[in-house]
Design a protein around this ligand. Structure first.
Ligand code: MSS
Length: 363
């Protein structure tokens, strides 16, 4: 990773000082930059592309972007302009890559070494998928999956299913999914999937298809590699296969964003962000002694809904010396972050509190 490296052209409008450039396709938000922000500014939000981003041409006339709808009683195509007349809803949710926290595993993993910064809290506005489904007469018979297809050009000579970004999620997710044309109050930037993006609140990043060109209710999961064998939770050394859990629902998680290295002895404000995953957040605790003892911290600011993150803070009295600061969130469903999350082949899903702890020198 290059600190403050050069931003790729399609993301040149971002704040280079707040980002780590892993590759042209993977930019991470610095942990300190995440701070105690309620909403992640678009200029700081991470990027993860499986394929090169499409050309800016696709956002020249946003309302003309057309999506193919299949698997409904009355299927067909619709433009963004037409969708805007059907309904609108805003949802705040955490966008987080399946591999966020990968860098904290002890075993070697392929893929970008994300620490905490492949995640952000984002405001999305668009039409609910259930409203679109109603307009098209509901689901055709026997449909089990909501399948979205990305609008990237498939490089010539490659069989589409090997590279196409196409993901299926269980059809129930349709109740809260939206097709979004706005992000943080502005048209969705190309880098984040404009002109139109599928948002599945509570689900890992990979399921939130950018520049969506087809939305289908299907009987089976997509045949794409990214669905069949990719993004599967599997033991180290084991190949991906469809019987393994797919990276769908996110888990409860939190991390401290400051202080990260140094603090002055006395009263110190320890802050960070916490998310419930698929469930609402209940409590957040902080430890200043590496998990021996825990104190309940306070959420800062409003609750922006069950899929949003919440900044938190605790004022602690810290003596000079080394302190290991950790945070542990508990969701309304009763689940808490585990001390350690099991290592797995691709380094997915890490929400272990110990791995996310920070060693701070107090003087
Ligand atoms: N979409 C599309 N179309 N393409 C691609 O590549 N990726 C994924 C999602 N979606 C893609 C899509 C992923 S994988 C992620 S994380 C996300 O997206 C990210 O986002 P942004 O906006 O941040 O870049 Mo992992 O689980």
């Amino acid at each position: 990773a290059q600190d403050g490296g050069k931003l790729p052209a399609y993301a040149s409008w971002k704040d280079a000082d707040d980002l780590i450039v892993h590759t042209d396709q993977t930019l991470e938000t610095k942990r300190a930059a995440q701070g105690d922000a309620l909403v992640t500014p678009s200029s700081d939000l991470y990027i993860r592309n499986n394929l090169p981003a499409p050309s800016e041409d696709i956002v020249a006339d946003r309302d003309a972007w057309e999506v193919q709808f299949e698997g409904f009683a009355n299927p067909g195509s619709m433009t963004v302009g037409e969708m805007k007349t059907l309904g609108v809803e805003t949802v705040v949710c955490v966008l987080q890559c399946s591999g966020n926290g990968r860098a904290f595993f002890d075993h070697e993993t392929s893929g970008s070494q994300w620490a905490t910064g492949a995640a952000g809290n984002v405001v999305w506005t668009g039409v609910p998928v259930r409203v679109l489904a109603e307009a098209m007469g509901g689901a055709a018979e026997g449909r089990q999956w909501l399948t979205g297809t990305g609008g990237e050009e498939i490089p010539a000579g490659l069989p589409p299913e090997t590279v196409q970004v196409e993901r299926s999620v269980p059809i129930d997710a349709m109740e809260r999914a939206i097709l979004a044309w706005e992000m943080n109050g502005e048209p969705v930037p190309l880098a984040h999937g404009g002109p139109l993006r599928l948002i599945v609140p509570g689900y890992f990043g990979v399921n939130n298809i950018k520049y969506i060109k087809r939305l289908a209710l299907t009987a089976d999961q997509s045949p794409a590699k990214i669905q069949q064998t990719g993004y599967r939770m599997r033991p180290i050394g084991v190949e991906g296969d469809p019987s393994q859990p797919s990276m769908f629902e996110m888990s409860v998680k939190s991390w401290i964003t400051g202080p990260l290295e140094k603090a002055s002895a006395g009263k110190v404000q320890i802050h960070g962000v916490a998310m419930g995953g698929i469930s609402e957040l209940k409590t957040i605790e902080v430890s200043t002694d590496g998990g021996e003892t825990w104190t309940e911290a306070r959420f800062l600011g409003p609750d922006m809904g069950p899929y949003a993150w919440r900044p938190f803070a605790l004022i602690a009295d810290l003596s000079a010396g080394q302190h290991t600061l950790a945070s542990r969130a508990t969701a309304a469903d009763g689940l808490s972050q585990p001390e350690d999350f099991p290592p797995n082949e691709r380094g997915y899903g890490n929400n272990g509190w110990r791995a996310h702890a920070v060693d701070v020198t107090v003087s």
